[in-house]
Design a protein around this ligand. Sequence first.
Ligand code: ATP
Ligand code: MG
Length: 434
Amino acid sequence: MYTIWTTKQVLQFAKPGDEVVLRGWVYRKREFRDKIFVLLRDGEGVVQLVFAKDRPEVYDIAAKLNIESSIIVKGVVKEEQRAPGGKEVHVSDVIWFFVGEPFPINPSAAQADSEYLLDVRHLWIRSRKMWAVLRIRHTVFEAIHEYFRSRGFYEVQCPIFVSAAVEGGATLFPVKYFDREDVYLTQSAQFYLEALIYSLEKVYTVAPSFRAEPSRTRRHLTEFWHAEAEMAWARLHDVMNVCEELITHVVRKVLDERLEELSILGRDTEKLERVKPPFPRVLYDEAIEMLQKMGFNVKWGDDLGADEERALMQKFDTPIHLYGFPEEVKAFYHKNDPQDPKRTLSVDVLAPEGYGEIIGGGERIEDPDELVRKIKKFGLRPEDYYWYIDLRKYGSVPHAGFGLGVDRLVMWICGLDHIRDAVPFPRDIRRVKP
Ligand code: ATP
Ligand code: MG
């Protein structure tokens, strides 16, 4: 038997003259004079392999290998400044290999047709770009759990099959559920989290949410990952504090652990270094004024779309809290500001560099009569929300929470143009394959 070295271990620890066994996939291959150079890729990185013609038993195999063929080799480490990482492995034995068919993605054509790359997504996830994004995504999820658990939040799991809308009926996905016609995929776990605070006080969940988003934008998927939290006894400023600490923690961890991946993506990390609490707190009214000055045709009471958010976020180089939205642009459960009842105690966190909304949150209505009044005002039926209203009848307390779009966070941290590149197998209005 033999010990397998990862590419990373070879680059970090192997000394010239060491004999190592490596396994992985052919990332690049080129012939030069009497040698074949193969860049071997594994889960951790790449190492250059050298197959010399004077060893025909290995050279002839290398000659047959395609891009993405798999192989296990034994060889001797040498220093080589021109190789990635400054080392290469001169192959003495091929222990195992699988040639397979010619790989259909041609690296030089790769960027040309993004629809094609989405068709072959099951293969494209092997690319360096997707490799880097997926590793950053891994760290983002880890950091989210780390943050909540270290701050006394309990992790809970909520149902995916639901029977009432959280974010409004227009984006509900109906599900064929036996003979019923009132079952949907969840848009948000919020109502269940609100129920759970009466047991655990501070709760969070990281789970998929589903929204039948009719428009194709750069920041909407039909299935996205949602990190949501609710806190008993909390106010708007508590939500802002938790959100900015959470985002700072995630960005910090990615900067500490994923610099190589960020550099593969060409990310300007100085922009991420600026992410530190406190984030600027911008009242909705100020944002409207700023947008008017920029020439946007908006007035108090309007919702802000992606274009407005992008323009606004050209003015800031860190995330901001945009708070105090009018009642009519926020869902019915948002609590109105007792000092100024036409606005809600709500906040969106917008990411800089034009990325826009990544979090929506705020205080929830705690009074049962007020809740029923707003449900009716929004044209909804209180009986559809009976259990949500029930929560206000027994020991109701002020509480608040938020939902973070994890894919949007990954998109911004990675500096991607489109949210679907933040996800291994994206779903949108046209695509449910592969
Ligand atoms: P938008 O106005 O951008 O459609 P929203 O206000 O409907 O978002 P919320 O209901 O506040 O979104 O959801 C909380 C967070 O979930 C958002 O801030 C965003 O980061 C994320 N999110 C919402 N819808 C989607 C989606 N379709 N795809 C990806 N992420 C989403
Ligand atoms: Mg929102």
